[in-house]
Design a protein around this ligand. Structure first.
Ligand code: URA
Length: 246
């Protein structure tokens, strides 16, 4: 992300913002080897910035991936019991990444992976209510009355759920397929919501997270987010990026 040079220099602890402006004005700051001018912006993750020829430490580049998680992988960065984790599915990524929230081991679907803690915390904050859509396959025939309970909100042991969107996609072979959209992220929430209406979830898949879908990403595969997608996520998470303020 591009930021004003004086801000980058002060955040690196080299000088106050004011003093950094003076360093730039005095021609003592370079960006990729070229003398910088006051008012210039740069991206410390990809450009080399130096003061008096001494490079600032390079910030770790932020990376963002959309993963199509298969079942059988847990959503933590490391597991003491040696179980497979979602990070095993991104072996080429060298940054210290972690999943944004969790999907159960037996849930498949869309999981964001990043090393951007600011964005992760924003997206997980209940205030911003990022929507998450799941398709559940449940045993038996689900009725409109029971779906209405999901829509109204129902009592779980950790409190009432917020109203959800729920619609029956179809029923076949003793299973009903239901699409549910929630804005919360409690532990095993969708399974517990179905359990509260007397339905047993046999399969659960997250098909959307905010505006993102699994389009063109096969099970077990991942793709980087585009800069536009990252910008939209920042907006949804209610975060003003430092480089955007000035
Ligand atoms: N709700 C669940 O019950 N499980 C998940 O993995 C995600 C949401």
């Amino acid at each position: 992300m591009q930021e004003r040079l004086q801000k980058i220099i002060s955040q690196a602890g080299i000088a106050s913002r004011r003093a950094a402006e003076q360093l730039i004005a005095a021609g003592r700051v370079t960006v990729d080897g070229r003398v910088a001018t006051l008012g210039e912006k740069a991206d410390p993750a990809v450009q080399s910035i130096a003061v008096d020829g001494k490079p600032l430490p390079r910030a770790e580049r932020h990376v963002y991936y959309l993963l199509h998680k298969p079942t059988g992988y847990i959503s933590t960065a490391r597991d003491e019991r040696g179980r497979r984790t979602v990070l095993d599915l991104l072996p080429e990524v060298r940054e210290r990444i972690y999943p944004v929230g969790r999907l159960d081991g037996d849930t498949s679907g869309l999981l964001l992976i990043t090393n951007d803690g600011t964005l992760m915390n924003g997206l997980l904050h209940p205030r911003y209510e990022v929507s998450k859509t799941y398709v559940a396959q449940v045993a038996g025939q689900v009725t409109e009355q029971s779906l209405e309970q999901l829509r109204r909100g129902l009592q779980l042991e950790d409190g009432m759920t917020a109203p959800a969107k729920a619609r029956l996609l179809g029923s076949r072979g003793g299973l009903s397929k239901v699409e549910v959209t929630i804005h919360e992220g409690r532990n095993r929430q969708v399974r517990r919501m179905f359990s509260a209406i007397g339905c047993d979830v046999r399969k659960l898949k997250r098909v959307r997270f905010a505006f993102l879908s699994l389009k063109d990403v096969a099970v077990g595969q991942h793709r980087p987010l585009t800069p536009k997608e990252v910008d939209r996520l920042y907006q949804l998470a209610g975060i003003v990026r430092q480089g955007d303020k000035e």
